[in-house]
Ligand binder design. Structure first.
Ligand code: SME
Length: 156
């Protein structure tokens, strides 16, 4: 993991330790990723509520996809299959929900509390093929840090 990723993780660890609302911590964590990693144009949390993924805190332009049914789009596919998704070129996909016309690549990493999927981190880049295994590992570590906070945002 390069230094910018390690530094982003350290900053997120510090945010998680601050006693504040789950929403505030997740918002700051998303902002850290977007500010420090130049290929991340949009990054946000989706919370799994039953058959839907509900948009939580995010950094980047507002999206119309605030509620995604499980199975629909890249996010829905991750939730349905239980597998992280990496899409090098979103233009090659049919099952894709466009957040912005400039987006070329996307990564979705599931957030688990124990064995249970509680949500996901979704990131978009305007560059094709922006995300590799290193990004997946990085977001996996972010997901582990944020899991208790994401779990708190779930609807009862
Ligand atoms: N592209 C995602 C939708 C979320 S927006 O990118 C923020 C998808 O296909 O599921």
């Amino acid at each position: 993991m390069t230094e910018e990723y390690r530094n982003a993780l350290a900053a997120i660890r510090a945010v998680v330790e601050v006693p504040q609302t789950a929403t505030a911590s997740l918002q700051q964590a998303m902002q850290i990723i977007r500010d420090r990693l130049p290929r991340y144009q949009w990054v946000g949390v989706y919370v799994l509520n039953g058959e839907y993924l509900d948009l939580g805190p995010y950094a980047g332009a507002p999206t119309v996809h605030t509620r995604i049914p499980v199975g629909v789009g890249v996010c829905g596919k991750a939730a349905l299959t239980g597998h992280n998704q990496r899409v090098a070129d979103v233009r090659a996909l049919t099952n894709y929900l466009a957040c912005s016309p400039t987006v070329r690549s996307e990564i979705v990493v599931l957030v688990r509390a124990g064995d249970r999927v509680v949500g996901q981190i979704d990131a978009d880049s305007d560059e094709a093929g922006a995300f590799d295994e290193g990004d997946e590992r990085f977001l996996g570590e972010v997901a582990a840090l944020l899991a208790p906070l994401v779990a708190r945002l779930r609807q009862a």
